[in-house]
Design a protein around this ligand. Structure first.
Ligand SMILES: *[C@@H]1O[C@H](CO)[C@@H](O)[C@H](O)[C@H]1NC(C)=O
Ligand SMILES: *[C@@H]1O[C@H](CO)[C@@H](O)[C@H](O)[C@H]1NC(C)=O
Ligand SMILES: *[C@@H]1O[C@H](CO)[C@@H](O)[C@H](O)[C@H]1NC(C)=O
Ligand SMILES: *[C@@H]1O[C@H](CO)[C@@H](O)[C@H](O)[C@H]1NC(C)=O
Length: 429
């Protein structure tokens, strides 16, 4: 009996070690910051990027991999889901029955999903749905007008490029001479990207011409990683990254600071030269990944989780003694929060948490949150700032301008959507 127990124990221990080594193996393989090659990339209905690798899926710009079959279970039904060859989100406003459907290609089959459901009759043979398009594709990307002359889908297989006209179903083969063979392709914010290995190229969908600044590291621009490749150009990456900002503010002198992950961008008043640096180098106590920042009386109030750090603006910035403190103690609001701002010459801080915004009078003692307002146009705000021009509210890759907090709260209709990389940081590519 004793011996049996002993053997049992040994077996359990062995099984545990085995399970641990398996786990370690999987997570090591599936760290997107290691520079993974993706099999397919698309956006979902809300415009959030989905990166497919093997039988796993990475949603958005950060976070862990999940099994693809948890979101798209039918991909598994016909044969065990090894990988997805290609994927795209149809953009064809003339045909409501296809617009915004997500298509997946596996070997010779195509799957069409709409609002997370596989459509009746799918999967179908590729030749039935997209006649003239080969099996075992490498990549696919939608190309609506005016990106392409007609609403089209571009399919990639080795060095062959197929333009598929979604209205007439005509197929035209083209040569994209300067393009590499893409392993996945992606349309994001009206730009077209070809991924190959861990780098990507931005291309003109009509000609296949590649901008001279490419290739670039995919994880620098489409992943939120703490470490980048050694030759990564931090300034270019931070200006042009498609990953959302964490926080943004401008100090009393009009200098702007924008935070993302482990880095921040700074633009000085009267000087439109941007600089990028690590958060660690300028805000050592905070280290990285701040949630919200606002400026009040020459101090930067930086909120991370449920703590608030306060820095006196200067070269270098100095962290005030006694901080960090709980946000609750300093502002009367429970952290974490999403965004915060103060408008010029005012002492009211606006704190955004989910879809509600609290005002806090910083002159009051103790500080207590004032009225709570609902901000209906956005589900989640990433960052916000207020300067002499008004409020900029940043959501994903876009920002929206409001003249004042009143207008923002009242905001029934959305103002024009502007691009963070282009209009805020002047990234030209
Ligand atoms: C998804 O795939 C995994 C691994 O192949 C399998 O263990 C699991 O049962 C599948 N889940 C669903 C919901 O099909
Ligand atoms: C692209 O694919 C073609 C056809 O398979 C092959 O001949 C060529 O070497 C590939 N190019 C690169 C850069 O891998
Ligand atoms: C703007 O900033 C850059 C980088 O810090 C600096 O080299 C340059 O001299 C500044 N220009 C002006 C006009 O202040
Ligand atoms: C500051 O903001 C509060 C709340 O929006 C407003 O009532 C007050 O008039 C503002 N004060 C100044 C000086 O703009």
């Amino acid at each position: 009996m004793k011996l049996l127990a002993h053997i049992l124990c040994l077996c359990l221990a062995l099984a545990l070690t085995w399970a641990q080594s398996q786990e370690a193996h999987t997570s090591a393989v599936l760290d997107r910051c290691q520079g993974l090659e993706m099999d397919a990339v698309t956006v979902n209905e809300e415009g959030i990027p989905y990166f497919f690798r093997g039988d796993h899926l990475f949603k958005g710009f950060h976070g862990k991999a999940e099994l693809s079959n948890e979101s798209f279970s039918e991909l598994d039904d016909h044969h065990h889901l090894g990988h997805v060859d290609a994927a795209f989100r149809m953009h064809y406003e003339d045909s409501p029955s296809e617009h915004d459907h997500i298509f997946f290609f596996l070997d010779h089959k195509v799957f069409s999903y709409y609002q997370h459901k596989l459509e009746d009759g799918y999967p179908k043979d590729i030749s039935e749905v997209f006649p003239g398009i080969p099996e075992h594709l490498d990549a696919a990307v939608e190309c609506p007008k005016p990106g392409c002359d007609e609403d089209s889908v571009i399919f990639f297989k080795e060095d062959d490029i197929y333009f598929y006209d979604v209205k007439t179903k005509a197929v035209e083969k083209k040569d994209f001479e300067s393009m590499p063979n893409c392993t996945s392709a992606f349309r994001f914010m009206e730009h077209f990207y070809c991924f190959r290995g861990h780098v990507f190229y931005k291309f003109d969908p009509k000609t296949g011409q590649v901008h001279e600044k490419y290739p670039k590291e995919a994880r620098d621009y489409f992943m939120r990683c703490s470490k980048f490749s050694d030759d990564s150009d931090h300034l270019d990456r931070e200006r042009c990254s498609r990953v959302h900002l964490d926080a943004i503010t401008s100090d009393d002198a009009g200098n702007m600071y924008a935070f993302r992950g482990h880095h921040f961008l700074r633009e000085d008043e009267g000087n439109d030269t941007l600089r990028a640096d690590t958060i660690e180098s300028a805000f050592k106590e905070l280290h990285s990944e701040v949630d919200a920042v606002f400026t009040y009386e020459d101090h930067l109030y930086m909120i991370k989780d449920d703590q608030i750090f306060v820095y006196k603006v200067g070269e270098p910035h100095t962290h005030l003694e006694g901080y960090p403190k709980p946000v609750k103690e300093e502002l009367g609001i429970e952290g974490p929060i999403d965004a915060a701002f103060i408008c010029n010459d005012n002492h009211t801080a606006y704190i955004i948490k989910g879809q509600s915004m609290h005002s806090v009078d910083l002159k009051a003692s103790p500080r207590v949150p004032g009225s709570e307002e609902q901000i209906s146009p956005f589900k989640k705000v990433d960052a916000a700032m207020c300067d002499s021009e008004g409020i900029k509210v940043i959501v994903g890759n876009h920002f929206y301008h409001f003249a004042s907090p009143k207008v923002f709260i009242a905001g029934r209709s959305l103002p024009e959507q502007q691009k963070v990389s282009l209009q805020l940081f002047g990234c030209d590519h």
